[in-house]
Write a protein that binds this ligand. Structure first.
Ligand code: 13P
Length: 258
């Protein structure tokens, strides 16, 4: 069975006190979990990374995630953070091309391909986000849009099996409107096909994100080709996050097979 991933994306939420208290409640509850086939990431705001990293204390089971990085190695880019800086403080995975950044920061595929390269160069795992808007889906363009996002954002990438994909339909993010299981299954298998035909790999994990919560997580994780979740709102509450961790742990064997 493929490796499973769960990422809590805290976006621009939590003060340092809230972030620290969350981790102090979460970590003891993770002690009992079987860690062999499972990697957990928590992606707080940049400013909280060192403090959260100290609490994780070098754990390989639960790792530090970053929500973004700059596409150049270094330079005069006021307010930006490089991949090297993240790697230096122990970040293991970086979200690339989250739809909120594509929309509000106008990040395009060319830029995202550079970010993926920077993250890989520094030995971290890029989690490339993709997903169509409601308009794309209504116009029947969802597959074409996701295919273009993946192909252009992974242009020139050689180490494809070090990359993970997160499928997050924009209309399901923060709306409470989770994609139905048929939609998730169809898109995950389509992404799997793209990766097979373009890169000859069946070993790239594909996560689902968008209104995933303790009630729907188990059904989502049991869909074929779902290797875990990228969780926004529900990752802000310890009890909800633990329930989602448990749902992934209970994923039926073989669900994520090729
Ligand atoms: P929600 O889980 O709040 O819908 O957010 C999903 C997301 O954007 C995770 O990156």
């Amino acid at each position: 069975m493929d490796k499973k991933y769960l990422i809590g994306n805290w976006k621009m939420y939590k003060t340092i006190q809230e972030a620290t208290s969350f981790m102090q409640h979460l970590l003891p509850q993770l002690e009992a979990i079987d860690r062999s086939s499972f990697t957990l990431f928590i992606a707080p705001a940049f400013v909280h990374l060192p403090a959260i990293g100290a609490l994780l204390n070098g754990s390989t089971f639960m790792q530090l995630g970053a929500q973004n990085c700059h596409h150049e190695p270094e330079g005069a880019f006021t307010g930006e953070v490089s991949a090297a800086m993240l790697a230096d403080i122990g970040v293991g995975g970086v979200l690339i091309g989250h739809s909120e950044r594509r929309i509000y920061q106008k990040e395009d595929h060319r830029l995202l391909a550079k970010k993926v390269k920077r993250v890989l160069e520094k030995g971290m795992q890029p989690f490339l986000c993709c997903g169509e808007s409601l308009e794309d889906r209504r116009n029947g363009r969802h597959k074409a849009v996701v295919q273009q996002q993946i192909q252009e954002s992974l242009d020139g990438i050689k180490e494809i099996e070090k990359v993970a994909i997160a499928y997050e339909p924009v209309w399901a993010i923060g709306t409470g409107e989770v994609a139905c299981l048929e939609v998730i299954e169809a898109m995950h298998s389509f992404i799997k096909e793209i990766l097979w035909h373009q890169y000859g790999s069946k070993n790239v994990p594909i996560l689902y994100g968008g209104s995933c919560n303790p009630q729907n997580a188990k059904a989502i994780f049991n869909c074929p080709n779902v290797a875990g979740g990228l969780i926004g709102g529900a990752s802000l509450r310890v009890d909800d996050f633990i329930k989602i961790v448990t749902a992934l742990l209970e994923q039926k064997d073989g669900t994520n097979c090729n």
